[in-house]
Design a protein around this ligand. Structure first.
Ligand SMILES: Cc1cc2nc3c(=O)[nH]c(=O)nc-3n(C[C@H](O)[C@H](O)[C@H](O)COP(=O)(O)O)c2cc1C
Length: 360
């Protein structure tokens, strides 16, 4: 029977196991968004995963929404990432770059005054922190349809840059309330042009972005992440099953390399507002692409979702933050280190590269 420890052929890329490092922002790039050697240490420590997916990485200055998040639109950033991919490969790992545009989830104070942009003039909700403390999200400037081709072109260039930097593939961050998700869901998209209204129109940006990424590399090297049950940053949709069902089917016809889906987190489940409870099971029949599932998994649940055939791969977020050797710990049923949320978005090695491996 297949489980987390079974190998997997990801479109010709041979994964020794099915445990994936989930993409996670750790704010350890330089102040001008260049990947650092410390980030290389972090990824190398986790290279025993079947696949590593990087933190979200902005495709342009406009796409930048998190202080000290890395970019992949300048040569110094490409060079920084190349050092990391070379080290991961030398350690026996495989690594994809998650590429990203923050859309309305940003603040002018961290962007040289540039206002955030979005599908409609509706502010995100939730917590956003600047060095001076918590701030509200501003109302974004509504993007004109004429601006969209240039945004898509940034994803195309970022894909080519990721290839040049030595990544094994790219993942489009279509989840968690960022630009492509903002266009997709009708709670944040009130447009009445070709990018709003019907589900076909709302899905246009994410599908056109994916197509551009495919043309910049190839379909089997492009994954797409979606979070049908996430309410992060005030996201909502009147019919998530129809909206995400349409996108998952369309991505399938584009023959993408994998689809990466998030289950609702414990908070969503507790709230009773979860639109779709079993995301993997719901969407599995709609796609022939390899399905990666995430959120709230441990060894037992991960093995079960693979054995049941609802997913091919399981990505782990917080468990991998605290346990650089998570696959080995799962294999041996060893105790897990406890994560410290106060250092998730910190600076320096504390809470980043100082979690001990079993061998230590
Ligand atoms: C510190 C932190 C940063 C995150 N950053 C990202 C990100 O950059 N991109 C993304 O798609 N998800 C991001 N996430 C969500 C995780 O990838 C994952 O979906 C979430 O932690 C749930 O998985 P888990 O239950 O295995 O931790 C982040 C989560 C955490 C805890």
């Amino acid at each position: 029977m297949k489980d987390l420890f079974s190998s997997f052929d990801l479109q010709g890329l041979s994964l020794p196991n099915r445990m994936v490092l989930s993409p996670m922002t750790r704010t350890r790039a330089t102040e001008d968004d260049v990947p650092t050697d410390l980030m290389g240490d972090y990824y190398v420590q986790r290279a025993s995963a079947g696949l590593l997916i990087t933190e979200c990485t902005q495709v342009s200055d406009q796409a930048h929404g998190i202080i000290r998040a890395p970019g992949i639109h300048r040569q110094d950033q490409i060079d920084g990432w190349r050092k990391i991919t070379e080290r991961v490969h030398a350690a026996g790992g495989r690594i994809y770059c998650q590429i990203w545009h923050c859309g309305r989830v940003a603040h002018p104070d961290m962007r040289g005054g540039a206002e955030p942009v979005g599908p409609s003039p509706l502010a995100a909700t939730g917590d956003f922190y600047l060095p001076r403390g918590r701030v509200d999200f501003p109302v974004p400037r509504q993007l004109d349809a004429s601006e969209i081709p240039a945004i898509i072109a940034c994803f195309s260039t970022a894909t080519r840059n990721a290839r040049e930097a030595g990544f094994d593939g790219v993942e489009l961050h279509g989840a968690n309330g960022y630009l492509q998700d903002q266009f997709l869901r009708d709670g944040s998209n009130k447009r009445n042009d070709d990018y709003g209204g019907s589900v076909e129109n709302r899905a246009r940006l994410i599908l056109e972005t994916t197509q551009a990424m495919i043309e910049a590399w190839s379909a089997d090297r492009v994954g797409v992440r979606l979070s049908p049950s996430s309410a992060l940053y005030g996201m909502e949709d009147s019919n998530p099953l129809a909206t995400f069902g349409y996108v998952v089917r369309a991505l399938d016809t584009m023959r993408i390399g994998y689809v990466h889906l998030c289950e609702p987190n414990a908070k969503m489940l507790d709230s009773g507002r979860t639109p779709i409870v079993n995301v993997a099971e719901t969407f599995r029949p709609l796609t022939s692409a390899p399905l990666m599932i995430n959120t709230g998994f441990d060894k037992l649940k991960g093995n079960a979702v693979i054995a049941d055939g609802h997913a091919d791969l399981v990505s782990f977020g917080v468990p991998f933050i605290a346990n650089p050797d998570l696959p080995e710990r799962f294999r041996r049923d060893a105790p897990l280190n406890k994560p410290d949320p106060s250092t998730f978005y910190g600076e320096g090695p504390r809470g980043y590269t100082d979690y001990p491996a079993l061998s230590q």
